[in-house]
Design a protein around this ligand. Structure first.
Ligand SMILES: NC(=O)c1ccc[n+]([C@@H]2O[C@H](COP(=O)([O-])OP(=O)(O)OC[C@H]3O[C@@H](n4cnc5c(N)ncnc54)[C@H](O)[C@@H]3O)[C@@H](O)[C@H]2O)c1
Ligand SMILES: [Zn+2]
Ligand SMILES: [Zn+2]
Length: 379
């Protein structure tokens, strides 16, 4: 997959990735996916997204080659690779902040590194490809347990851990009312995870009917279509005895719909880095003293967030890119115990050769698409 400019992706032959450092591995990709985050790149929203780069931060595969210092992986191992690239030893990695690693990105004071996610995030080529270079091969990837399906494993490289992380950031206590903005894969997993953390009510907000349907059947949530109410914040207040929810999770990010002014000033006029509509709805929908967890992606540029309201309501705002590997042990337990079936959100499987169709369908939410996989032909 090669980026040719906004809304244009193509399949091209590129040079094979090579071992560039003793702790690199080369992984032959057996399954990848397209993330909602890739759509921000595809729409040209992310600074320094260079033509010719390869996207893809959700992938699993088989180790083909390892550098001379790699100790934990061997040729032939079936591995899943977290979307973060991280060193494992810096100040931040030592504290489990893998998404904030200081050693993998020239922009490290602002953001960590992510496969296939622009030069803002380190400029690494990603896994929507037949092969990918995996730096710090002893640190990021893990062998996939024998009992785990490929389609479940690929969901563990981003979407599931990120949704689960959103619920964790919400600091949910038993009986809490949790409202999740966004019924994409990340929001669906956040809603499902909220129950595992003791929520008493889970409400999912979106405007795409089949996604709300999925929120009801897969995540057992109540749902609200924001296009069908005059004011979603009033609706959230009404349903919570006019106090507001205890916890709100923003699983939408910088390309939120729902407010024309915000849309025009961000996407069209570039006066702000993205539309903070969902985040502002989250701030307005929680009760005083509540928590807003932000896992929807926002870029490095300014956005018009209602910070004063957050302050005056005494809210706790928590956010980050997900430190994926930190979530794996607990998620493995939940999957093994049958509490989570990650592949349930997958709707489409595109051959790598047809990845442009994949982007088009997923970006426009056509054909009921919730989560598209990318399947390399050699897999
Ligand atoms: N923090 C992280 O580590 C991390 C990891 C993965 C994804 N993300 C981000 O999470 C977000 C969701 O990812 P996804 O794969 O589920 O994407 P997606 O595009 O499939 O889903 C986004 C959903 O939000 C809905 N939406 C749009 N405006 C809304 C609004 N105002 N209120 C409520 N819903 C609204 C859309 O209809 C869509 O269903 C993206 O911003 C993505 O970049 C962050
Ligand atoms: Zn992602
Ligand atoms: Zn580090």
């Amino acid at each position: 997959m090669v980026y040719r400019g906004a809304y244009k992706v193509r399949v091209e032959e590129k040079d094979e990735p090579r071992i560039e450092h003793p702790n690199d591995a080369i992984v032959r990709v057996t399954l990848g996916a397209i993330c909602g985050s890739d759509l921000h790149l595809y729409h040209g929203m992310m600074p320094d997204t260079r033509v010719g780069t390869t996207f893809g931060h959700e992938f699993i595969g088989v180790v083909e080659e390892v550098g001379p210092s790699v100790q934990h992986l061997q040729r032939g191992d079936r591995v899943m690779v977290p979307f973060n690239i991280f060193c494992g030893t810096c100040y931040f990695c030592a504290r489990g902040l893998y998404s904030n690693c200081h050693n993998v990105n020239p922009n490290a004071t602002a953001v960590g590194a992510i496969y296939g996610y622009s030069h803002t995030c380190g400029g690494y080529d990603g896994g929507q490809a037949e092969r990918v270079r995996v730096p710090f091969a002893d640190v990021g990837p893990s062998k996939i347990p024998e009992w785990m399906d490929d389609e479940d494993a690929v969901m563990l490289t981003d979407a599931l851990p990120t949704g689960y992380f959103g619920a964790q950031l919400g600091d949910i206590t038993v009986g809490d009312t949790v409202v999740v903005f966004g019924a994409g894969p990340v929001g669906l997993f956040a809603a499902k995870s909220a129950w595992l953390m003791g929520a008493g009510r889970v409400i999912v907000v979106d405007h795409i009917e089949e996604r709300l349907e999925k929120a009801r059947t897969f995540a057992h949530a109540e749902t609200v279509n924001f296009k069908e109410c005059d004011d979603i914040v009033v609706e959230m207040k009404r349903t919570t005895e006019f106090l507001g929810a205890d916890v709100a999770i923003d699983a939408v990010g910088a390309e939120a719909d729902g407010n024309l002014l915000m849309h025009v000033t961000s996407t069209k006029m570039k006066l702000q880095g993205g539309s903070p509509v969902a985040l502002n709805w989250a701030i307005d929908s929680v009760r005083k003293g509540g928590t807003v967890a932000v896992i929807g992606a926002y870029g490095p540029l300014f956005s018009a967030v209602k910070f004063g309201d957050a302050l005056n309501k005494g809210l706790t705002l928590r956010m980050n890119q997900c430190p994926v590997k930190r979530q794996w042990p607990r998620l493995m337990e939940h999957i093994k115990a049958g509490y989570l079936k990650p592949s349930d959100v997958i709707t489409h499987r595109f051959p790598l050769e047809h990845i442009a169709d994949g982007y088009h369908v997923f970006s426009n939410k056509l054909d009921g698409c919730i989560k598209p996989l990318v399947v390399p032909s050699a897999a």
